[in-house]
Write a protein that binds this ligand. Structure first.
Ligand code: SF4
Length: 712
């Protein structure tokens, strides 16, 4: 139980915040503060300040659906900051997008600090790839000056080359660092940086020599990481939390047992977790890479030979490279024959193994490949260890600069070999009959006229992984988003995220009056399952439906249909349309707003990415047109494998997965219309199935209570 002192602190901080900001209390916001305080307040800690596993596992977790306008950031920050401090825990706030992360760090937290009586410190944690590696920057400049480029030559196929313009940029970065005008963080560099320019001077954990590096005391990544230990609240992203959990937790961020987590935009967490534990590797390009490594080995040894036992392991490497390469080359014809079956079929972009079960003819090579890449990884890892130890050995005959310059090459090889080993391990180990199977598939990839084959595998649900690595281990967690329920319940989210049954599930009422918007299914709307008839209907009726003077958003489920409709629009309409793909999403939104600000009409044509996270309040969007019920693409190998598994257990994949998914996506799409309490407008759904199909009624009922205008 929370002591009265902490409860009063939360109440007083909220009142002060509202008073200073001249705001009124909102019912949903108050409810969310209370539910989070109740959940975190029920956590009991033992003498070592670790959560007691009580009789009710899962009651340390709160899942809150809170719509736009709730003020949910303040609603979770306020109680969580106070309680984390009282419990002696760190608060980790994780988001899916950079935009929300920036809003929390540059607006919400500073405002809370200024306008409430809470005192706390906070910091932003980003992945290593967002920071400059000073050693790499040093090397690039030194190599360019000397006219040599020995290390870079070894990366040839993986690394872009350094241009004279690039060197100018790198020199200005070095100057900015030296004069303390830049921290080395990519996002704070005054101009946008191309990925190719940045990739050359950033690093990953395998290439970094860590505390042994000569530049570690000035290293921007380590400076930022060290500052995390001293703050009360760390703002980060789902990927970094998942990367930390994959390393066992507590490697990058604080230990989960010492952490209260908030996952905002929490509906993205299961998907992010899936991609984190997925593996893929291309057969032909890997074979070429192995060949290239073997050829480069001699040059590298020219620089590091004599360091510790490096030579002992290096002399075994050529055989290991050749062994892996030969096995992949031998396997290619078998994989090629499998993908042949789908190459002529336009509707299929991959060959999926039914139920995730691979044929015996592939299983044996997979076992051998796992073994061979295991051996290669082991040798490379031993070489890395020898190099790091040699860096600390004052008697090492090899200059430290050579060790530091070549370590990243071996480190990169090691991490690529490890990733390939993981892929083949996921093929070599058959699924246990009682467990959820993996999705396994092959994707043919056209590489300048030749077909390479990408071998892929992924879990179909992240629930177990999140359960073991996160929910069971953490001290407490809140998962929140505007859309967590589907068809009015949390079952879909629970199945995908693995949150416990005993968690505190809440839907916070929205402050919006949804009757300010109408939802129309016009009489001309046809059944969208017949794509051609549906497209013709859109071409015929959209010109009449669209108001040329207002801001509209038209959402399509298929790029092809979007383009066909666009091409057939009369010029007077087409001139007003900004279509996805012509410029970046950000650029389109900026142009759209500018046109509306200038009193012109503007129409956005977009796909799924415009149905979420697009904020167009007031006149920027008075009409949302949804072309089709947003059912998932049937070709997605993970979703197909999940459906297959549900079916094999006697479930109905369409009703259990497809319909709830579509319902959730439709709520998100409709959510583009009302962005503030004063917004008004119309949603037109141009798919008759919502009226004629049995599932349509369930989907319709799960939408917010708009004024329904159904034209039969
Ligand atoms: S510590 Fe790692 S990231 Fe930092 S400069 Fe050295 S090698 Fe680069």
């Amino acid at each position: 139980m929370l002591p009265d002192l902490v409860k009063k602190q939360i109440q007083s901080a909220y009142s002060k915040f509202l008073e200073n900001k001249n705001l009124k209390p909102r019912f949903g916001q108050k409810m969310m503060i209370a539910e989070i305080a109740k959940t975190f307040g029920s956590i009991e800690l033992d003498e070592e300040n670790v959560r007691e596993i009580s009789g009710k596992p899962g009651n340390h977790i709160c899942v809150v659906e809170a719509g736009t306008g709730t003020g949910k950031t303040i609603a979770y920050l306020l109680p969580a900051l106070a309680i984390a401090k009282y419990m002696g825990k760190k608060l980790v706030v994780s988001t899916a997008t950079v935009a929300l992360q920036e809003q929390i760090v540059s607006k919400d937290l500073p405002e809370l600090l200024r306008h409430s009586d809470l005192s706390f410190t906070f910091s932003l944690a980003k992945g290593r790839g967002r920071y400059l590696c000073l050693s790499k920057l040093d090397n690039v400049l030194a190599e360019y000056e000397s006219g040599l480029n020995p290390t870079r030559a070894l990366y040839e196929d993986e690394m872009p080359s350094v241009t004279a313009q690039g060197v100018k940029l790198y020199q200005s970065m070095m100057d900015a660092l030296a004069s303390n005008k830049w921290s080395g963080e990519r996002d704070t560099w005054p101009q946008a940086l191309e990925q190719d320019e940045w990739q050359i001077i950033t690093t990953d954990h395998r290439q970094c020599t860590g505390r042994r590096c000569s530049n570690v005391s000035s290293c921007s990544f380590f400076k930022a990481r060290d500052s995390l230990h001293s703050v009360d609240c760390i703002v980060t992203n789902h990927d970094l939390v998942l990367a930390d959990l994959a390393l066992g937790g507590g490697a990058i961020l604080p230990d989960p047992k010492d952490t209260l987590y908030i996952f905002d935009e929490g509906h993205h967490l299961p998907q992010k977790a899936l991609s984190h534990f997925a593996h893929h590797s291309r057969v032909t390009s890997t074979s070429k890479w192995l060949d290239q490594c073997n050829k480069s080995l001699g040059a590298i040894l020219g620089h590091i030979s004599g360091a510790g036992n490096v030579d002992r392991y290096a002399e075994q490497l050529p055989a290991a490279f050749i062994d892996c390469k030969q096995q992949l080359d031998q396997l290619y014809p078998l994989l090629e024959s499998l993908v042949q079956t789908i190459l002529l079929d336009d509707r299929q972009s991959n060959y999926r193994f039914k139920n995730g079960v691979i044929p015996q003819s592939l299983l044996l090579p997979a076992v051998e490949l796992q073994r061979s890449f295991d051996r290669l990884t082991d040798l490379l890892s031993k070489m890395c260890n020898e190099l790091t130890e040699a860096m600390e050995d004052p008697h090492c005959p090899v200059p430290k600069i050579d060790l530091e310059n070549n370590y990243p090459v071996i480190g990169t090889w090691q991490s690529r070999a490890e990733a390939i080993r993981e892929l083949w391990a996921s093929y070599a180990v058959p699924d246990v009959a009682s467990s959820v199977p993996k999705a396994r598939w092959l994707t043919p990839v056209d590489t300048s006229g030749n077909i390479d084959i990408e071998v892929c595998s992924s879990p179909i649900l992240a629930s177990k992984t999140l359960e073991y690595s996160l929910w069971e281990k953490c001290c407490g967690a809140v998962i929140t988003s505007a859309t967590l329920t589907a068809l009015g319940n949390f079952q879909r989210f629970q199945m995908r995220a693995g949150t416990p049954d005993n968690a505190n599930y809440q839907v916070v009422p929205s402050p919006f009056n949804f009757a300010q918007a109408t939802l129309e299914i016009p009489a001309f709307a046809v059944d969208a399952s017949n794509a051609d008839v549906h497209t013709i209907s859109l071409i015929d009726h959209l010109p009449k439906l669209l108001d040329k003077k207002e801001g509209s958003l038209v959402l399509f489920s298929s790029r092809r249909q979007m383009q066909e409709v666009y091409d057939e629009m009369p010029d007077t309409i087409r001139d007003l349309i900004l279509i996805q793909g012509d410029s970046s999403k950000q650029e389109m939104l900026t142009q759209h707003k500018r046109k509306i600000d200038d009193g012109e009409g503007s129409i956005l044509f977009g796909l799924a990415s415009f149905a979420e996270g697009v904020d167009l309040p007031g006149d920027y969007c008075r009409h949302v047109i949804i072309a089709k019920l947003p059912f998932a693409v049937p070709d997605d190998p993970i979703e197909s494998a999940l459906s297959e598994w549900v079916e094999s257990r006697g479930g109905n994949p369409f009703m259990d997965i497809t319909v709830p998914d579509a319902s959730l996506k439709l709520v998100q799409a409709c959510g583009r219309l009302l962005r503030t309490e004063t917004d008004t407008g119309k949603i037109s759904l141009l798919d008759r199935r919502i009226l004629t199909k049995r599932y349509g009624k369930a989907i319709l009922n799960s939408l917010p209570p708009f004024t329904h205008v159904v034209h039969k």
